[in-house]
Every structure is written in C-alpha cells, then in structure tokens.
Design a protein around this ligand. Structure first.
Ligand code: BF8
Ligand code: SF4
Length: 635
C-alpha cells in the first residue's frame, strides 16, 4: 500500500500504524481533497478583489475575462509572481534575521553567539568591499552586517543589491540589469510585486513575469546573504559522516527533533543539549540527549555538526508516530500544522518559538537572540520532562537508516579539488567538464509533494543523470531524499556513476583523504544554500571567462511544492540554467505565460523551465539541455 505514495522504507512501517490508530497522514488528507479544483490547477482563478472570485473557462465556452476584464494570461501571471514574492519574502526574512543578529553581536555582543569562522568573514568582507586592514573582527562583522542590511534599504534603483552584484559574474549582472530585472532593494522588490498585481495595475503578462523574475533575483539575494552570514556565525560546512532516516532516533535517549529553517535557534538548542546531557541520563535516558533534524534545519545542523537527519518534508508528522520523539522544536517555514494533532496523540511536546509562527494547540516558547541560552535551556528541560512521560509500549522506531557523507559547501568542494591541484583548484573540475569526463552539473533542489511518490522522482532522475556522468549537487528536502535513500555513500558512487564520473570522484576523494570516491550526490545544505551552487557556478564561469548561461549546468526540482521553491526555480532560470519542475506548475491555463517561461526565457536568459512529470523523460530532457550547452561552448 505504502509503495504507492512513498519509497521511504520507514513509511512502510509507520503509515499502516497511523491507519491502525486512526491518525491522518498527508496522503489521507490528499485523498479527501479529491477532486482538486481544476481552475486552481490551471491558475485561472482570481481572488485579487472582492468582485471575484473570477475564473476563466479553460474550454472557451464561458467567461474569457474576469469582471474587471483581466485575461487568463494576466490572472495566471499575477498569481505566479505573488508566489515568487512570498518565496522571496520567506528567504529574505530569514536572511534579515541573521543579519540583524550579526549586527547585534558585533555591537553589543550576544552570549550565545560568536564569529566562528573568521576566515570566511574576511573572504566575505573582501567580496563586499568592506575594509579589513587594521580593523577588529567586531568592526568588520559590523560592516558586513550593515552592508547586508543595506540590501533591504537602498532606494537608488540604478544600484543593484550588493550581494547580487558582487557574488554573480559581471557578465550576468550586466545582462540582468539591461533586462530591467536587477533587484536594488529586497523589500522594495517584493513590495513592488504586490503593488503591481493589485486590481487595476499591471495588465501585461510579460511585464508582470519580468517583475516576478526580479522578485526571484531578490530571493537569491536574501538567500546568499543568509547562507554566507550563517557560515560566519556558525561555521562553514566541511565533509562529515552521519546518518539519515528515522532509524537515527534512539529508544534510550531523549530525542529532540529540530525542524524549520533558521540556525539561530537550532544551533543554540544543540549547544544546550550537550550541556544538559547529564540531566537526561539522570532522568533515565541512558543514552542522554539525541538531537535529530527535520527539513532544512535538519540540513543546517547536519552539515555543520553531523547531527543525523530524521526525515524530510512529507513525513514530518508521521515521524511523531514513532512514539520516540520527545519534542519537536520548530521555527519558521514548511512546518505542517498537522504536527500539533499528531503530537497530541503522543507525549511529544510541539514547541513553536517565533512570534510570527505559532500553531494553535502547541506550546510557545518565544525565542530571542538576547535570551537564547535561557530559552534553549527551557526547551531542552521540557524535552527531558516529556521523555519521562513517554510510553515505551508505543515506541516504534523503524530500523531504517543510511550513512551519509555530507557538508559540501563551496569552500569544501574547492578544498577537495585543491588536493588535486593546489595552484588552480578549479582546474581539475574544468578539465573534466571540457574533456567530457563530467558531462555537466545538475543541482537538485526542492520539496516533497503528495502529487509525486515521496522521494521517487529524485531517485529516478538522479540515477539516470549519474549514469550519464553528470555531477550532482543537492539541497533542501531533495538532499534529504538522497541522504535517506543511500545516495550519499561511497558505495553508491560505485553503483550508480558512469565510468568517467566515478574516475573523477575517486581522484578527488582519494586526494582529499577519503580513501575512495566522493559520494555521487554532494549535499550542499538547506534551501537557502542553493546559493552555494550559484557561487560554485559563478566561480566556474569567471575562471572560463564565460557567462553562467554558457555552462552545462541544469537544475531540477522533481517534487517541488512551496512558494520558496517557485522563487528558487525562477532565479535558476534567470541565471541561465534550464530548470526542470516535476509537478505541473499552476500556469497552464495561460498559453502565453507558458510560452514565456518555457521558450522565450531561453532567448532572454539562457535558462528556461522544463515542466515534465515523468522522471525518466525529465532526465532525458535535462541531459539533452546539457548536451546543447556543451555544443554551444564547442566542447
Ligand atoms: O526550504 S525543500 S519543503 S523544508 S521549501 Fe520546505 Fe521545500 Fe523542504 Fe526547506 Ni525548501
Ligand atoms: Fe475578478 Fe478582476 Fe477582481 Fe480578479 S481582479 S477577482 S479578475 S474582478
């Protein structure tokens, strides 16, 4: 039964259990939702004003315009760009939160935080043009934070955001500026999308879509600053060996699941869990405290600390069915409200922490940077108390876990390559791409979606591309899927990579002291860490003196669902990467919009969307896109 909606083996155990206990799963709710609204699926329903809702008849027999006269093209474009704005807002709020914390840290100090990676601080200062000579770490950190915050404040729209103009190749920045899609201010760009899509405003679908692309590039800006400042405060990921899937939960430990996105919370909870370990043992948990991750917070602490990953998006509430999670601590984004009702069926404490992200029926412990240690202590102690209430009879931990070698930041990749060529670290990669040993690079990103069998599309597309010698990077819940399903081991490289890709992964892995190949899928981090892939691509483009769109790089989001994923896919297109989406976007009711995004975008940006629900076919299309890029480059 489970095979129909997930390939995660833990689900084979827990979903039947949920059925037995009459606890709803996302798949049950999906079934109850059928049939889903056809107008919504096509994107032709408009609720932007209260004359509506208006909906366009896709068969051409009924209304062909909304009451105000908006066409299907306008309605679909407005709906889409509002999604891009929401995605950009989410990532950029995350980035702002980190930048403000760093500013606070540099001005007044913050007990729970420090500058953990001074080397990265210096590198970022140099990228942003912040003076470092003869200045203290605090002063430099302050100016880096200020420069970042200025990307939310600049009012001169001839000047692009610093993180945008200084981290992307000059050729691409110039092109995007000429196309009028360069963000000058993250907040203003998001606000502009909301304003221009108000009733009676922008009614030209191409113009609307370009506004959305600018919003997506603001999304990139917020993400790259979130990632880079997080590395400065919490450390830049380096390869680490850990485990993934629900078998990482321990029967004899207090299990704390960290879920959400922002490392400001999760890092301090990890610190306090170490400090309070003895209290857990005294409470009878012989193995102390076991912190595990869910979704992108899971990826953040996995990469920086080797904390094991329990699960990815779609199985977050079912994870509670193990009866072994004593607390699930959440901050922002991608947290299913259903964790409250499943948690209520068990002893599990569901703890929300952010003032603007509460869930009815759960405990709220408001987190702040100033009181981080106290709040994290309270959270850990509540988890220990919850452990005491755990019913051993209801513990059901699936013995499913895979080894995962993770932690491939740009810096980690460059240092692995430097083991092969210390003078020119990128050269081995460039040579391999030019010779065809590596045909191209594919970045896998995005979520899980009930419309696709969980993790299956990721696994199918990736195996096809690895066999064709495509180097694979991954982030977000896609990376979670690969980690859970054994695609981050050295054995998997031997099993799935084409001969020449395996040769290169082995060369680099052995030079870097791994005594074997790198894993076939390089885990770069959470969703905001998609920016790491853009930075690797930018470094390659600059080394070759070409534009990003010239490189044989593609992106794939086989199971996406969130507005954030829509924004990421859109900036990938704007940077020049052919981008696969495995769930049909809610735009197909507007042929003009579809044409702009799947065809015209190619002329404008070099990147374009490839909607394809069939995974093998998607892999073929991505591979063809790589070959086309190679042909144009003459390699
Ligand atoms: O930011 S991949 S389901 S958890 S949106 Fe969400 Fe999608 Fe997961 Fe992370 Ni990204
Ligand atoms: Fe209808 Fe126009 Fe109002 Fe949309 S904005 S609900 S199409 S009248």
């Amino acid at each position: 039964m489970t095979q129909n909606f997930s390939i995660d083996k833990s689900m084979d155990i827990l979903v039947p259990l949920a059925k037995k206990e009459c606890i709803e799963t996302p798949w049950d709710r999906y079934e109850k939702m059928q049939p889903q609204c056809g107008f919504g699926e096509l994107g032709v329903c408009c609720r932007i004003c209260w004359k509506g809702p208006c909906r366009i008849d896709p068969f051409g027999k009924g209304a062909d315009r909304g009451i105000c006269g908006a066409t299907a093209e306008v309605i679909v474009a407005r709906n889409l760009i509002r999604m891009q704005a929401a995605g950009a807002a989410s990532h950029s709020e995350h980035g702002r939160h980190i930048a403000l914390a760093m500013e606070h840290l540099s001005k007044h100090g913050l007990e729970a935080y420090s500058i953990k990676d001074e080397t990265k601080l210096m590198a970022v200062a140099s990228t942003l043009g912040v003076e470092t000579e003869g200045r203290s770490t605090q002063e430099i950190a302050h100016d880096v934070a200020q420069t970042s915050l200025n990307d939310y404040m600049n009012q001169d729209n001839s000047k692009g955001c610093s993180w945008f103009t200084k981290t992307l190749p000059a050729k691409r920045v110039q092109k995007l500026k000429e196309l009028g899609v360069m963000p000058h201010n993250i907040d203003a760009t998001i606000s502009n999308i909301m304003a221009r899509s108000h009733v009676g405003c922008d009614s030209d679908h191409v113009n609307l879509l370009l506004g959305g692309i600018r919003g997506a590039l603001a999304d990139y800006t917020g993400m790259v600053l979130a990632t880079e400042l997080s590395d400065i405060m919490f450390g830049t990921p380096q390869p680490v060996i850990t485990k993934a899937n629900l078998g990482v939960l321990k029967e004899n430990a207090v299990n704390i699941a960290l879920h959400g996105h922002n490392p400001l919370l999760s890092e301090v909870v990890c610190d306090m869990a170490i400090k309070l370990n003895e209290e857990a043992i005294a409470a009878g948990a012989t193995e102390g405290i076991n912190v595990v991750g869910v979704c992108c917070t899971g990826n953040e602490v996995m990469l920086r600390r080797g904390i094991p990953l329990a699960t990815n998006y779609l199985s977050q509430d079912i994870a509670i069915m193990t009866g072994a999670i004593d607390s699930m601590v959440v901050d922002v984004q991608c947290i299913m409200p259903s964790i409250a009702s499943v948690g209520a069926c068990f002893h599990t404490e569901i703890i929300t922490t952010m003032p603007d992200n509460k869930i009815t029926g759960t405990r709220h412990i408001e987190f702040s940077e100033e009181e981080a240690l106290e709040k994290a202590t309270e959270i850990v102690r509540l988890s220990i108390e919850a452990y005491k209430r755990r019913d051993p009879e209801r513990v059901n931990i699936p013995q499913v876990k895979e080894t995962a070698i993770v932690g491939f930041s740009k810096e980690a990749i460059v240092s692995a390559l430097a083991a092969v060529n210390p003078e020119e670290p990128l050269k081995p990669l460039i040579d391999a791409i030019v010779s065809g040993d590596i045909k191209g690079v594919a970045l896998f990103a995005g979520c899980n979606n009930v419309r696709v069998k969980q993790d299956n599309a990721y696994m199918t597309v990736v195996k096809e591309l690895l066999a064709q010698n495509v180097l694979v990077l991954a982030t977000g819940c896609g990376a979670g899927a690969f980690a859970k399903n054994g695609m981050m081991t050295q054995e998997a490289s031997k099993e799935f990579c084409g001969e020449s890709l395996l040769k290169i992964l082995t060369l680099v892995g052995e030079a870097a002291g791994l005594e074997g190949p790198l894993p076939p899928v390089l885990h770069m981090g959470s969703c905001v860490d998609n920016s790491r892939a853009a930075l690797v691509a930018s470094a390659l483009a600059e080394a070759l003196d070409v534009d990003l769109s010239d490189l044989p790089i593609v992106a794939s989001a086989p199971e996406l669902m969130s507005e954030k994923a829509v924004a990421i896919g859109s900036w990938a297109v704007a940077l020049g990467f052919p981008t696969h989406v495995g769930v049909m976007p809610q735009i197909t009711g507007a042929p003009g919009v579809v044409k702009v995004l799947t065809e015209d975008a190619k002329e404008l940006f070099g990147g374009y969307f490839i909607p394809e629900e069939a995974p093998v076919e998607a892999a073929n299309k991505l591979y063809q896109a790589i070959l086309e890029k190679r042909q144009r480059l003459g390699i």
